[in-house]
Design a binder for this molecule. Structure first.
Ligand SMILES: Nc1nc2c(ncn2[C@@H]2O[C@H](COP(=O)(O)OP(=O)(O)OP(=O)(O)O)[C@@H](O)[C@H]2O)c(=O)[nH]1
Ligand SMILES: [Mg+2]
Length: 400
């Protein structure tokens, strides 16, 4: 509920009241049972409420019926998140991506309603038949209009993405590894980005403060330079339309040499948030092995009490893949930079290894190391695509 309220605040809405409603069985047409429906109607009119946010999925029919019944606007979680993204989008690509996601959402919610049927053209007797004449219903023409708009947007997006691919290619010529910050919204990615780069990206106690990716150069203690990237945060039940629309942007994350998973370790739901982030990374095509290679940055340790802070620091001491920091006080920044440096010394690389049919044992070794992405065969033997560290590559070479 706290998160739902934060989402509302992200749109600068005044939250008049919040309520957890237990639904034993959602009503198909109205979501709520009769009693609850009237109880809520009473509160809505007493508080003069204009908008009801339902933090979960609401079917198009339920939404329409509830709006009619209560005389207010109803938004579900996906609708709300799309609104926030719509307000935040700044770059041309961001705007196009959000528009596309919103249209996909709208399309999935077109329902046959009475008003639509009444406006049906080309059917019905008499003079009605001359209007439009196609016999096409309003619903069908709405759907077609949305489809047309989607096609237009996709074309524009492809153009913008091409430009960005060029930029990316230019960056690839710079021999600096890319380090990407990912994490749940409000985890402190932008604050960390600012602390590490001296930049002034907007960092606020607000969900989805960042939408468009930002990159900056950072020098590590031993002089190695990297490019650090800050990007949009994740949230549980991130609308699939948004994941799809932002795929191009997020794919840059997949391309990073190292991913830092920034977590708000002081948040009561930190474990669930981390699980959501991992799930979204998987959806984006980040393999399990690549995820094992990422570094977890446990942020906001300044907010933990002494005992919890000690536990976090101990865990970070034991585990190379965990670093405990505070982006606001600067605690742990040196260790973080050093951690990035050593992780980059042994980066994951993907390559194709050729093996003759006689090299069954070497092939078995690859599988035992869990580094195989895929495999093909030709008349000479196996072509094994592997993702591994340089250390593993060297071990494999020794097995020759
Ligand atoms: N106490 C404390 N607060 C922090 C720390 N890091 C970030 N914050 C606060 O957490 C809030 C969110 O920080 P952001 O940096 O905007 O978070 P983000 O991950 O970029 O969020 P999105 O862009 O919305 O995904 C801000 O109010 C920060 O001041 C920290 O280490 N300690
Ligand atoms: Mg941010």
């Amino acid at each position: 509920m706290a998160e739902a309220v934060s989402l509302a605040h992200a749109l600068e809405l005044d939250v008049a009241f919040d309520l957890v409603v237990k639904l034993r069985k959602p009503h198909a047409g109205l979501l709520f049972g009769k009693g609850k429906l009237e109880e809520l109607a009473g509160i809505l009119s007493a508080e003069d409420i204009q908008l009801v946010l339902i933090d979960g999925p609401v079917s198009p029919i339920q939404q329409r019926n509830l709006e009619k019944h209560w005389g207010v606007k109803v938004l579900d979680r996906t609708g709300l998140i799309l609104e926030i993204f719509g307000e935040r989008a700044r770059t041309r690509e961001g705007v196009l991506q959000v528009d596309l996601a919103a249209l996909e959402y709208q399309k999935s919610r077109l329902v046959r309603s009475w008003t639509h049927l009444e406006r049906q053209r080309g059917t019905g007797g008499g003079a009605g038949g001359t209007v439009g004449g196609s016999g096409e219903s309003q619903l069908e023409s709405d759907r077609r209009a949305i489809d047309d708009a989607i096609v237009r947007l996709r074309k524009q997006l492809i153009k913008v993405e091409k430009t960005r691919t060029l930029h990316r290619a230019a960056r690839a010529k710079v021999p600096y590894p890319i380090v990407a910050l990912v994490g749940y919204t409000n985890a402190g990615k932008s604050t960390l980005f600012n602390t590490l780069t001296g930049a002034e990206v907007m960092a606020e106690d607000m969900l989805f403060a960042t939408l468009d990716p930002t990159m900056r150069e950072v020098e590590l203690p031993e002089g190695q330079k990297i490019i650090l990237s800050d990007t949009v945060g994740f949230i549980s039940e991130l609308p699939t339309q948004l994941v799809a629309a932002f795929k191009a942007t997020l794919e840059e994350v997949l391309d990073a040499d190292l991913i830092l998973h920034v977590r708000d370790i002081s948040h009561p739901e930190t474990e669930a948030q981390a699980a959501d982030v991992r799930e979204i990374l998987t959806t984006l095509g980040i393999t399990e092995r690549a995820q094992e290679h990422l570094i977890e940055v446990w942020n906001k340790i300044d907010l933990l009490d002494d005992a919890a802070q000690e536990t976090a620091l101990n865990q970070a001491n034991r585990d190379d893949a965990v670093l405990a920091v505070s982006a606001t006080t600067g605690q742990g920044m040196d260790a973080l930079l050093a951690g990035i440096e050593s992780a980059l010394e042994d980066p994951m690389i993907t390559e194709v290894v050729r093996l003759a049919y006689a090299e069954g044992r070497r092939r078995a070794w690859l599988f035992s190391q869990n580094v195989v992405d895929s495999e093909e065969q030709d008349e000479l033997g196996f072509l094994v695509t592997v993702t591994w560290t340089t250390k593993q590559a060297a071990q494999f070479a020794k097995h020759a």
